[in-house]
Design a protein around this ligand. Structure first.
Ligand code: ADP
Ligand code: MG
Length: 594
């Protein structure tokens, strides 16, 4: 019978490495965290062959003296906490004291380090957990760790690694995360001698995002900032309509640490319920800061997961903050419903949740998330449109905006003319003209912002054209695609409409396309001047393809008036007809010969 014995440190470290160091990116993560904990302002990461051949992380942080450097390689050696209670005031990334010995136990590990206080540096080399040497070396203040032949001594682990390209993608993602978390440090990332990015010290997250994700993404983001009851949420989120097919660009941090948190990601997805189609994911870089005692990061050795003491509070904060930014953008960029509620009173989903306020949704425990998470990315929309202002949402009694101050609704004549009593007299509003003006401006804003969603048609609509029209159409498929259409050629002069802008009734798809072709042929729509072309497209759409809602109730008509007067040019329809007539007291008196 075998007897119980204590594992050697080397074996214990290799076992721990199985938990902490599951792949090359995990080595990079631990080393970069150490550099940041050492208050480095410059960090360089280099790797080769997906990290399995070579990883180098070099910093200009505090460094270690000879004794500390040796101690750092012992299991559970850390300078960051002394007792478990310290976890509640944790301000460093590391605390378990496991990373260095674990990494050194499964690689050829070389550490060079020097503090400002010492003349010479220390070099320690360990191979597969066996110490090779400790000696003096020359080097600038800071630390350099080189990890080579990762997992060579642990073939079982090596087998689980994916292709170099996959491992490399993980490393790049990881370094990006920390670069985002700490814009105050300069980061360089080099793969196989090729720089992936070099970002100098940045003064803001926005600047860092632009540096490493590109200006184009940075420009499609909105700032988020809200502080409440000891919680602070800040960061950047995608504009309404800006969604992604995967969740990779939903990036969340808690107390600067990149984390995966169900609470945060669901709250985010929920906030975008109306702003992007189901099955798509928001783009977000969100930072939550809170008392370290209110969050448990020690759920998993790699510390990617966190738990909050008060999940509901965190969730409510995220939803409130994100909705506030989305809404502020919506009001600035699109036709703002006048007097849109200042509080959180816009129903999330006017059709399904009519009357349920945001507060009641926040107060609810975890809501039944639509199974959007597992849905196919492109689905035929079954709810209201992409933007918070789908046609059906205009006159919902719940979010009825205030009417132009002081107007009193009197009634509708012939379903077409709305009568209001105003301070100055009476106003007659032409419903259709008002509706067209509102939609014209709304569409124009959407086109300019590139926020046109597409609805896929369940049954594609075949269209047969003559030779001229079909040549015109072929030339303009790109313009159409940019404005919400999916039209494919499937034979000589034969086309198929597979998707249409989300604001359009599918029944109008074919006639509207023909109208467009007519406008092109007559030269009314010149695609060369994009702005003019968009104006004309919006005008055609508003007059021909946007349906007028049926209802004519008082709140609906007040909402219509309010929205009309929030337009830039409320007095005329896009075709130049008047939207309303005013009869002043004087005019009335004159007509009645008083
Ligand atoms: P932890 O980070 O959990 O404390 P590690 O094994 O990652 O454990 O590191 C052990 C110790 O080594 C750290 O607590 C720190 O004192 C020291 N150390 C590691 N890397 C660096 C570095 N780049 N610069 C300065 N000190 C470091
Ligand atoms: Mg560490």
């Amino acid at each position: 019978m075998s007897s119980i014995r204590i594992l050697s440190d080397r074996v214990a470290n290799q076992i721990a490495a199985g938990e902490v160091i599951e792949r090359p990116a995990a080595v990079v993560k631990e080393l970069v965290e150490n550099s940041l904990d050492a208050r480095a302002t410059r960090i360089e990461v280099e790797f080769r062959s997906g990290g399995r051949a070579y990883i180098r992380v070099e910093d200009n942080g505090a460094g270690m003296d000879r004794d500390d450097a040796q101690l750092a390689l012992e299991r559970h050696a850390t300078s960051k906490i002394a007792e478990a209670a310290d976890l509640d005031r944790l301000s460093t990334f590391g605390f378990r004291g496991e990373a260095l010995p674990s990494i050194a136990s499964v690689s050829r590990f070389e550490l060079q380090t020097r503090t400002a206080g010492s003349e010479v540096g220390t070099e320690i080399v360990v191979n597969g957990g066996r110490l090779l040497h400790v000696r003096e070396c020359g080097r600038p203040v800071g630390t350099r760790v080189v990890v080579a032949q990762l997992f060579n001594s642990v073939p079982a682990r090596r087998k689980f690694l994916k292709s170099d390209a996959t491992e490399s993608a993980h490393i790049i993602h990881c370094v990006r995360l920390y670069a985002l978390a700490c814009p105050q440090a300069a980061f360089t990332l080099i793969e196989d001698e090729r720089p992936i990015f070099r970002s100098p010290q940045c003064t803001s997250t926005a600047e860092r995002v632009a540096e490493i994700f590109g200006r184009q993404i940075a420009e499609s983001l909105l700032a988020v900032e809200l502080e409440e009851a000891g919680l602070r949420l800040r960061g950047l989120v995608g504009r309404p309509g800006v969604g992604r097919a995967t969740r990779h660009e939903m990036i969340t941090f808690v107390n600067q640490r990149p984390v995966d948190s169900r609470t945060l990601s669901y709250a985010l997805i929920e906030s975008y319920h109306e702003a992007i189609p189901k099955g798509r994911y928001p783009l977000a870089f969100l930072f939550l800061d809170l008392d370290p005692a209110a969050v448990d990061v020690n759920v998993h050795p790699a510390k990617r997961e966190v738990r909050f003491r008060n999940e509901a509070q965190v969730r409510a904060l995220v939803i409130r903050a994100v909705l506030r930014s989305l809404r502020a953008f919506g009001q600035a960029a699109m036709v703002a419903p006048v007097g849109a509620p200042a509080g959180d009173r816009i129903p999330i989903d006017p059709a399904a949740d009519a009357g349920r306020t945001l507060e009641s949704r926040i107060a609810a425990p975890f809501p039944a998330f639509r199974p959007a998470l597992s849905r196919e990315p492109v689905a035929v929309p079954d709810g209201p449109g992409l933007l918070p202002t789908a046609p059906a949402a205009i006159p919902s009694p719940e979010n009825a905006p205030r009417s132009p101050a002081g107007w009193r609704y009197l009634g509708v004549a012939h379903g077409a003319y709305v009568l209001f009593e105003t301070e100055a007299g009476v106003v007659l509003l032409d419903r259709r003209a008002a509706h067209e003006r509102i939609w014209f401006e709304r569409l124009r804003e959407q086109f300019a912002a590139g926020l046109v969603g597409t609805q896929r048609l369940l049954l594609p609509v075949p269209v047969e054209l003559d030779a001229i029209a079909s040549a015109l159409l072929l030339d303009r498929l790109g313009f159409l695609a940019d404005h919400g259409w999916e039209v494919a050629e499937f034979g000589r002069h034969f086309f198929r409409i597979e998707g249409i802008p989300e604001w359009m009734d599918p029944a109008d798809a074919e006639p509207f396309l023909r109208d467009l072709l007519g406008a092109w042929r007559e030269g009314r729509l010149v695609t060369k001047d994009l702005e003019l072309a968009r104006d004309e497209l919006a005008r055609l759409a508003a007059t021909k393809a946007v349906r007028m809602p049926e209802g004519v109730s008082e709140p609906e008509m007040l909402a219509l008036a309010a929205q009309l007067f929030a337009c830039h040019q409320p007095m005329t329809s896009p075709a130049g007809r008047p939207t309303c007539l005013e009869l002043s007291h004087g005019e009335l008196a004159r007509r009645f010969q008083k």
